[in-house]
Write a new protein. Sequence first.
Length: 378
Amino acid sequence: MDHLLLSFLSLTDSSPLVSLDLSFDRLLDSTPSDADQALLIDRAHSIGSLLLRAANRSARKRASLHNSIAWALPPDLTIKVFSMLDSQSLCYAAATCWMFNKCAMDPLCYENIYLTTVVPETRQGKESYILTRTCLYPLSGDNGTAGALLWRLHLYNIERMDNTSLCVALAACPSLLDLEIVGLHVELRQTLMSVSSNCHLIERLFFESSKTGRDDSLKSQTCVDVVNNRPNLSSLSLRGFKLHHYKVRILVKGFRKLKYADFSTSYSITGTFLRMRFVPACNQEFGKWWESTRGFNFKGLHASKRGEVEVSRFLTAIIVGDFKFLQYLDISNREGLASEGDWYQRSYNPRSKVIYEGHVPPKFMLAFVCRGNRYSCR
């Protein structure tokens, strides 16, 4: 029977479907009676059904064996876990499993995986967490084949994510160009160290803290290392961290290709690093970098004791022409800018003569949002 079945399957693989039809027609024509022809057709149906049933059973058996190897949970616990999910969550889980299964079969489709919602902050804190840190394991599996091809990685609100899991994933992504992290409970210092050590080609880094104002882990040496090791960075956003002006100074001065910087809602940041363009110690190369910069987002200057003064000086420099390519500057702050004389005296509308007179270069936009009021000058 085994040899007969093997011969039959080999024949169907090598012969066209039309030949099989013609052979069956000739067999029917050679049968004399109508009853014998009907019996022959019934037997063909029966054998075909049995063969299809055996093929489906073998396919399920192979799939179960694959799942038992790839899935860490035992069957009873797996059934219990998935029985607790609603229909929508099951659909999400099924879609995720299908996606990663496809990626495992064809690693080239893994170049761009976007794991965010359309509007990430719409239900912040109320999401039905489905993805956990285990979703990053395939990046480092199979000797890092999948991670080596990844160019862009956006991670939002992944449950139980820790520094170790994120660093292991980043270590498997040497070709990463764009990294965006929002709502993950990981440290800024360890993340930047991992980026500095592994992501040699990165051009854009967006990192928003899940603990606004409480992450003070960044060290000056880490800033120096990431500046020296990642010269291609052109867009840097560190939002909601406790940053001091000297650390910001290292970052904005060190990245020669930087075109956009965003330090929104960062605590302890002062406006003194804006003066780097004016101090005599600044070399010509750094001055050229300032002149080529196109965008800044400095929301959060409320911690600066001279916030209003520094912004005014910066705008004056724009009028003079020191920042020829700067097109966007956002100094929004819900708590206002600290005045020059008194730390507790806050300015809730931009009083700079520069802003009121509108003496700004063409194509430049200044934004200042405070307590629901927006002031802009274009």
